[in-house]
Structures are given as C-alpha cells and as structure tokens.
Write a protein that binds this ligand. Sequence first.
Ligand code: FPP
Length: 249
Amino acid sequence: MTEPKNELFSRPKPRHIGIIMDGNGRWAKARMLPRMAGHRAGTDNIRRVIDACIEFGIEFVTVYAFSTENWKRPSDEVQGLMQLLSEMLDDRIGELHEKGVRLLHIGRLEQLDALTREKIKNALELTRNNKTITLIIAWNYGGRDEVVAAVQKMLRDQVKPDDVDEKLLSSYMFTSGIPDPDLMIRTSGEMRTSNFLLWQSAYAEWFFTDTLWPDFDRESLRQALESYASRERRFGKRKPEDEKQQYAG
Ligand code: FPP
C-alpha cells in the first residue's frame, strides 16, 4: 500500500543512508542458483532501492559493493563482481543520469584495471552536476584502509601535528564533503559493521534486518525509515527532559 507522501515527509528522515548489501549468496542458494545470480539480483536491486530513496527524499546513499577484504574471495567471484560493475557503468549509467543521480566512488582506485578506472571516471564526470540524489559506490573500500590513506596523504601534504583535528581528518577521507551517514542498514541478519564507514558512522543509527539484499524493497526501506524516525539521537548529550535535572550533593 502506498502511503500518503505528506506522512513520510513530516517525520525526521536521514539525509544519508549507508547500506551493507549482504545476503546475495544465500538468496541464490535458496533458489539453487549460482552465487553470481545472487550478485546480479543484488545489483538490480540497487536501482529499485535508489528509486525508493528518491521517492522518500533521501539525499545520499552509500552502498558497500566491494570491500578491500573481498579480494580474498575465489577469483571467479571477484572477476564476476568486477564484470557486474563494468556492466552497470556501461548499461545503467544512462538511466541513472536521466533520473538525476550523481554518482561518486569511495575506495582505492589504483588496484583496479585501467579500463574500469576509466569507466568510473567517465560516469562520475557525466553525472557530476545531477541533483536528485547522490549514489556513492564503495568499491575496493575499507574503513581502516581509508584512515591509512588519509594519514598517508596528510604526511605527503606535510600537515603539522597540531593542525590535525576531526574536521581536518574528515577532509582527508574519501567522503570529504559528504555529510556523515545518519542511518546504516545491514541486510541478511548479520550484525557487524564489517569495516564500512567506520569513521563516518560514529553517531549513525543502525538498522539490521533478516531480509536478504535482493529482497530488500521499498517496503523494507520504509520500515527502516520508520524505525529511524522513532529513535532519539543524542550525539552523546543527555535527554532534553533531563537537561534541568538537579542532583543532590
Ligand atoms: C554480500 O553478499 C555482498 C557482496 C559481497 C557484494 C555486494 C555486491 C553487489 C550487490 C553487486 C555488485 C554491485 C555493483 C554496484 C555492481 P554475500 O555474497 O556475502 O552473501 P552471503 O553472505 O549470503 O553469502
């Protein structure tokens, strides 16, 4: 059932959602399909979830598509995932562009082959002025590796130790200029952060669901947003009603 839009828009909603798209393998196994069929269904689902995010007025979505640890998977799976990225950049970029999606990438590009790097560069260039939503693809991304990359760059820039603060370090992250995620979603029942946006998610709310990523649809997203809207974000402060509380002694 489609809800009236005003109800969705009147509740607090995240500006930025991070998604760990887990469960593609189990989705395929349950259907006696090869793992790659799960990853393909997972890739198709990004489009569906982006459409729902646009409808719900979300500004930024970061999807964890290939981690620095995923290189340890069997080489045919690694190749298959690289192929899916390549197909997405070839076949889907026009449609994303028409919808007004701005594409960004976070992660290390240097370990990817020259053709993939070129395709990523072209997709970012094509969509750079789009305003409907920003889709950030975390590819060859790891949260710890991102901190290492930031420190390396600061040292190369000869930043003085006393000039280093949280704001400066944030500006050296792959996500420089992007607001921190407000809501992190992980599908498939696993409850780990798995090295995703470690620095940026310090104050994010987490939503875990048993739904496998290829099945995570508009309704699943609506439930996550509903849960987010019911939370009280305190950023380390006390509850507002406790602010004036007096303690004896
Ligand atoms: C986890 O499922 C998912 C991944 C390791 C990769 C996510 C990738 C995609 C959705 C497709 C590629 C994305 C783009 C942008 C082209 P899993 O394999 O660990 O599932 P399992 O835990 O059920 O085995």
